[in-house]
Design a protein around this ligand. Structure first.
Ligand code: ADP
Ligand code: MG
Length: 137
């Protein structure tokens, strides 16, 4: 079993799509190991996305991620990292396949509804950024 880190981003939360996204998560066979609602500050969003700090969209991204509440989660499944990225679809909702979460709930490249870790090392950092061991029992 593998764990990955996921976010229901502020646009999806504000649009009232958290329930639908959680339904898909359960239907696809993930176990929700951790879950909480947070309203990130920009500094907290910057710490989370530090790998992108030199990218031109860093300001836009961290401003958006701190623009309203989101839901952070730890999901468990076999090959959870790849499985969750497949369910999310491509980064740009316009290029995401039919039936994926970003296609269905994403508004734009920036406001693309969900986040998912891209590798075991990033999953480990991202889970630890938001959850303590006691919250994942
Ligand atoms: P992913 O979330 O699919 O792993 P990246 O790690 O490349 O994608 O980017 C992180 C997030 O930054 C994306 O989910 C998206 O919200 C935002 N983003 C990426 N590229 C751009 C861009 N060119 N303009 C605005 N926002 C972007
Ligand atoms: Mg990424």
């Amino acid at each position: 079993m593998e764990k990955t880190f996921a976010i229901i981003k502020p646009n999806a939360f504000a649009d009232g799509n958290s329930g639908k996204i959680l339904s898909r998560i359960y239907e696809e066979g993930f176990t929700v190991v951790g879950l909480k609602k947070l309203y990130l500050s920009q500094v907290e969003a910057e710490g989370f996305y530090y790998v992108h700090k030199d990218r031109p969209f860093f300001g836009e991204l961290t401003e958006f991620m701190s623009s309203g509440p989101c839901i952070v989660m730890v999901l468990e499944a076999e090959n959870a990292i790849l499985k969750w990225r497949d369910l999310m679809g491509a980064t740009n909702p316009a290029e995401a396949a039919e039936g994926t979460l970003r296609r269905e709930f994403g508004a734009s490249l920036g406001e693309n509804a969900t986040h998912g870790s891209d590798a075991p090392e990033t999953a480990s950092f991202e889970i630890g950024y938001f959850f303590s061991g006691l919250e994942l029992l």
